[in-house]
Design a protein around this ligand. Structure first.
Ligand SMILES: NC(=O)c1ccc[n+]([C@@H]2O[C@H](COP(=O)([O-])OP(=O)(O)OC[C@H]3O[C@@H](n4cnc5c(N)ncnc54)[C@H](O)[C@@H]3O)[C@@H](O)[C@H]2O)c1
Length: 354
């Protein structure tokens, strides 16, 4: 049977893992994170323009699979992402993802891409961007509890955007800390590998928790968090999956992405439904204050929201346009006569042009 050439409209630009790695290595990890943060900040500042919902989560015994859709008047984006904390024990990653960016006008996809790397980059960019608003000025030391896949991206983002010079690492698995220590030393950060979480937070102005466990964990106890600290809590992002002791929450000023989603998934699932929180987009527009004094404990109760992925997809579309970082994928059936899909199939079977 003759293989027919697809038409131009059938082709959708696709960014593979290999091309994503080439792009990030060509531009530089910290430069990509900095550019991504600009896109995320721009989109947070026009928050009301987006059509938003809390992500659609399918929970199972071992993990979760989530779809994260969002749209503005021009573009629609979604990410498919999983979270399976037991995965690394079996040689799989905890988090993998891919995503699509599409035209609202005709619904056609404009970009299809790997998003495992892009998620690590956008999560780090969001954390450090928020850190720029909330962390104590001149913070130089960050504790990183949980030294898995996201760890290095977080540390590099905080160096690029907040000027962090020292990271203090802790993980229950010493192999993870050893891996992150080697990677971050190579990247030029001052790294201290710690034996306990208590040791890791010593002298740190910023504490990032980035662990994966499918339970109400207590990565930070109340007595580990002193006045003036900024907490960047990444790993509590599902019902029944948190990292902070409740007493820390009641002492903190809590900042969130999208309250309807964070109330289900974030640290604040431990609190009353009407516990006051501040929406980060309003801090970024200047409508609400961020950190107001040096003794305040600020908490970014991060769960990851679809607009961050939308921004990442928008960035990637701009960055790859007209380059060979995207290859053309024969993704959409495109009959000559848009209503003759069946005829196209028949003609292909007969070896005739579509
Ligand atoms: N908020 C967001 O936007 C966002 C984005 C991506 C991932 N995440 C979440 O971040 C977390 C980390 O993701 P990852 O891809 O790095 O996972 P990972 O499995 O690669 O790494 C997690 C690390 O946490 C360690 N850990 C588990 N329990 C611990 C404990 N009690 N104390 C110290 N360390 C502990 C593990 O040993 C592992 O090294 C996950 O829970 C994931 O769901 C959140």
């Amino acid at each position: 049977m003759t293989v027919l050439e697809p038409s131009a409209l059938a082709h959708v630009p696709f960014v593979s893992v290999a091309n994503m790695m080439r792009l990030v290595n060509d531009v530089g990890v910290e430069a990509v994170i900095t550019e991504l943060a600009d896109y995320i900040e721009a989109d947070f500042r026009r928050w009301p323009e987006f059509d938003k919902i809390a992500r659609v989560a399918s929970h199972s015994h071992d993990g979760v699979i989530e779809l994260m859709p969002v749209a503005d008047a021009e573009y629609y984006g979604f990410k498919y992402v999983n979270g399976h904390p037991k995965n690394t024990r079996e040689g799989f990653q905890t988090v993998t993802a891919f995503g699509v960016f599409a035209s609202v006008g005709n619904g056609y996809p404009l970009l299809f891409t790997e998003m495992t790397l892009l998620t690590a980059l956008r999560t780090a960019a969001t954390s450090a961007l928020v850190g720029r608003y909330l962390a104590p000025p001149n913070a130089k030391t960050m504790a990183m509890i949980g030294n898995g896949a996201q760890c290095e991206f977080q540390a590099l983002a905080f160096r690029a955007l907040c000027g962090i010079e020292n990271v203090r690492l802790y993980d229950i698995d010493p192999d993870a800390t050893e891996k992150a220590t080697a990677n971050l030393k190579t990247a030029g950060l001052n790294v201290t590998a710690c034996q306990t979480a208590e040791a890791a937070v010593e002298g740190a102005q910023i504490i990032t928790t980035c662990t994966a466990d499918k339970q109400y964990a207590t990565i930070l106890n109340d007595n580990m968090v002193g006045a003036g600290i900024h907490i960047n809590a990444i790993g509590g992002d599902c019902p029944g999956k948190t990292e902070l002791h409740k007493d820390i929450l009641t002492r903190s000023e809590i900042f969130v992405e999208y309250p309807p989603q964070t109330r289900i998934e974030g640290e604040i699932q431990q609190l009353e439904e009407d516990h006051p929180v501040t929406e980060l987009w309003q801090v970024m527009t200047g409508d609400t204050a961020g950190r107001t004094d040096e003794t305040q404990i600020t908490l970014f109760d991060s769960v990851g929201f679809a607009i961050e992925d939308f921004s990442a997809l928008r960035y990637l579309l701009d960055k790859t346009k007209g380059t060979d970082y995207a290859e053309m994928l024969d993704l959409l059936a495109d009959p000559d006569d848009p209503r003759d899909l069946y005829g196209m199939l028949q003609r292909a079977g007969a070896g005739a042009p579509a």
